[in-house]
Design a protein around this ligand. Structure first.
Ligand code: C2O
Ligand code: CU
Length: 525
């Protein structure tokens, strides 16, 4: 295995990812940041210099379990103190499993400012499928308001929602229609410039193969695990998920094609994100002669359930789950107000990050650092109607955590419900740090504690690190609490986590050796 060293400088710069000029956070001058390309079992060393002048930073390696290095998970408030302006912090961890992953800021809402990128880990073993070459595409929502304006709106009374993103970026590129720009009303051209090469559509150059109808995608990997191949025309992908798909370049080779991304699961006004699939040797900027295909309907939930249910572990690569669990925790996802502020909560508790990171507080027994009362294991199943507008007048904020028995098997049920708006429910992609979990099932309506576990897939469940809970539905998964550390588990929609939609698990802290002093900068002795 190799050691791969990176030197990164993080700073603010003016960029125009969707033709609109704004301050973005770059790594070595780029957003998305450089792709980490490695082979299984390599050691990644990232020397990160914070040149943000007035802002802290921390970077999370999403999908990398950090076995034996929980202090390099990069989750500010959970596994480390923030990296202060001017400071350099060195992350060092092993990428133990092949797959496609990502990295992103885990401090405030900085991910939305452009601080993210891809991680690709190739396999030492031959893969169970063949292809000629590979490309990675990272998708992102793009807002014109700064993260500060967004965050301030989310925590003000009255509440100001961030709204829908202005653009959808593919590999950091999008195209906003400059004529829609209303502020500033003068000198729009200096702010939005459609001829700026920074916002030319992302182009994927391919070599035509053979002429057959249909560009289908065959899904072969999800979150670093091989899946039993299945074919889709549209791939539903939720924030924090990664997929590998095979595409045959088998269409008419005399032209280019559109690839598009759309917002699903909300009735959004955001225009589709577009990329060009360039059939070489056509010119790579040549617009395809047909209109971009429309996306699936935002309120059509069936195909989303179908895709979730279609994903199974690939034969020959099945890791069976423990047959039973030691503990089950049910998380009711609701919206609440706490002291007039709009918040998201699980089991009526809205999450607040403490000042002292949990990992340090737990290891050094700093009991004053966070609420010692554990949050609830469930909600009032009998009486709570998930289709009613959430009132939950007894909602609270807390920094309490779930302490798990080391190496116990834990079942998590995510239960979705109505928000504070009549007939409204949202999709939440939940991401677990430090572990992969087996996805045991999805269902509509309220999870039935007696009957639904009988339908769990214990035969060939896929392992993932991020999973959606669909509208008014539930999602069940199982994991082994076998990675000593403190681990965030939260909705991956940046503004939802900011509004309290998360929890923290801790296990096996007593097995950890001395913590590196570099993570402890914010802890007073
Ligand atoms: Cu990709 Cu805690 O997040
Ligand atoms: Cu959410």
């Amino acid at each position: 295995a190799k050691i791969r060293r990176y030197k990164w400088e993080v700073k603010y710069e003016y960029k125009s990812p969707d033709c609109v000029k704004k301050l973005v956070i770059t790594i070595n001058g780029r957003t998305p940041g450089p792709t980490i390309v490695a082979e299984q079992n390599d050691t990644i060393i990232v020397e990160l210099k914070n040149r943000l002048l007035t802002e802290n930073v921390a970077i999370h390696w999403h999908g990398i379990r950090q076995i034996g290095t929980p202090w390099f998970d990069g989750t500010e408030g959970v596994t480390q103190c923030p990296i202060l302006p001017g400071e350099t912090f060195t992350y060092e961890f092993v990428v133990d499993r092949p797959g496609t992953y990502l990295y992103h800021a885990h401090y405030g809402m900085q991910r939305e400012a452009g601080l993210y990128g891809s991680i690709r880990v190739s396999s030492k073993e031959p893969e169970p499928f063949a292809y000629d070459y590979d490309k990675s595409i990272i998708l992102n929502d793009w807002y014109h308001k700064s993260t500060y304006e967004q965050a301030a709106g989310l925590s003000s009374v009255p509440f100001q929602w961030v709204g829908e993103p202005q653009s959808l970026l593919l590999n950091g590129k999008g195209r906003f229609n400059c004529s829609l720009l209303t502020t500033p009303s003068t000198n729009v051209a200096s702010v939005c410039n459609a001829t700026n090469p920074e916002c030319s559509p992302y182009t994927l150059i391919v070599i035509p193969w053979k002429n057959l109808p249909g560009h289908n995608m065959t899904v072969v990997e999800a979150d670093g695990h091989y899946v039993e191949p299945f074919v889709v025309q549209n791939l539903f992908i939720y924030s924090g998920e990664t997929y590998s798909v095979l595409i045959k370049t088998d269409q008419d080779p005399s032209r280019n094609y559109w690839a598009t991304t759309n917002v699903v699961s909300r009735n959004a006004t955001t225009p589709p994100g577009l990329a060009i699939i360039n059939y070489y040797p056509n010119h790579f900027r040549r617009s395809p002669p047909t209109n971009p295909p429309p996306g699936p309907l935002w309120n059509d939930i069936a195909p989303r359930y179908n895709q979730s249910q279609a994903i199974k572990a690939r034969k020959g690569f099945i890791v069976p789950p423990a047959p039973t669990a030691d503990r089950m925790i049910v998380f009711l996802n609701t919206q609440n107000t706490v002291n007039g502020q709009y918040r998201w909560s699980v089991n009526n508790v809205s999450f607040n990050l403490p000042h002292t990171p949990y990992l340090i507080a737990l290891k050094d027994n700093l009991l004053h650092a966070f609420d010692q009362t554990p949050p609830p294991n469930g909600y009032d199943f009998k009486n709570y109607n998930i289709y009613n507008v959430a009132t939950n007048t007894n909602a609270t904020t807390s920094s309490g955590i779930y302490r798990l028995q080391f190496n116990s098997t834990v079942d998590i049920i995510l239960q979705n419900a109505n928000t504070m708006t009549v007939n409204n429910t949202e999709t939440h992609p939940w991401h677990l740090h430090g572990h992969d979990f087996w996805v045991l099932g999805y269902g509509e309506g309220k999870f039935d504690m007696y009957n639904d576990p009988k339908k769990f897939n214990l035969i060939n469940p896929i392992m993932k690190n991020t999973v959606p809970v669909h509208q008014y539905g539930w999602t069940a998964f199982r994991f082994q609490a076998d990675n000593p550390g403190a681990w965030a588990f939260h909705c991956h929609i940046e503004s939802h986590f900011y509004m309290g939609m998360g929890v923290v698990f801790a296990e096996g802290i007593e097995r950890l050796g001395e913590l590196p002093s570099a993570i402890k900068g914010c802890v007073r002795r």
